[in-house]
Design a protein around this ligand. Structure first.
Ligand SMILES: [Zn+2]
Length: 137
């Protein structure tokens, strides 16, 4: 992750962009919906907050990969790789998940769809729509 101008202290502490709310509250075990939607609409990375480039990566538990819908926003391939490598040492949640254990997969794709909740309060999901590769993470 390359430090950016204007990066807050929390972001510098490597709490993912999508896990920090507008008040600066950071919790790696939950995704802030407003930021998740911003990641989708502005095509920015859920970890570093910079503009995405292809291929796009999604990272999450196997159950999410099997269902082709991820709770965490799209990522740079490099950010996904770093996050996958850091998962073993994750304390207090990882990429919007309370638990970072078990089998996780990384899916690379050329694009994705944002799945908006049908009910207020439910989370948004991200669905890769042209999967390139599925890797153990
Ligand atoms: Zn990134």
């Amino acid at each position: 992750m390359v430090p950016r101008v204007g990066m807050t202290d929390l972001e510098a502490l490597s709490v993912p962009f999508a896990c920090i709310d507008d008040d600066g509250q950071a919790d790696a075990s939950r995704v802030v919906k407003k930021r998740a939607i911003r990641c989708a609409l502005s095509r920015i990375c859920g970890i570093c907050g910079d503009t995405l480039n292809r291929p796009i990566a999604f990272l999450g538990p196997r159950s999410e990969a099997d269902g082709n819908r991820f709770a965490f926003p799209p990522l740079h391939l490099s950010c996904a790789r770093e996050s996958a490598a850091a998962r073993a040492d994750a304390v207090g949640g990882h990429l919007g998940h309370v638990h970072a254990d078990g089998a996780w997969l990384m899916v690379t794709t050329g694009g994705f769809d944002l799945i908006r909740p049908s009910r207020r309060g439910d989370p948004v999901w991200f669905s890769p729509n042209s999967v390139i590769e599925i890797l153990e993470a």
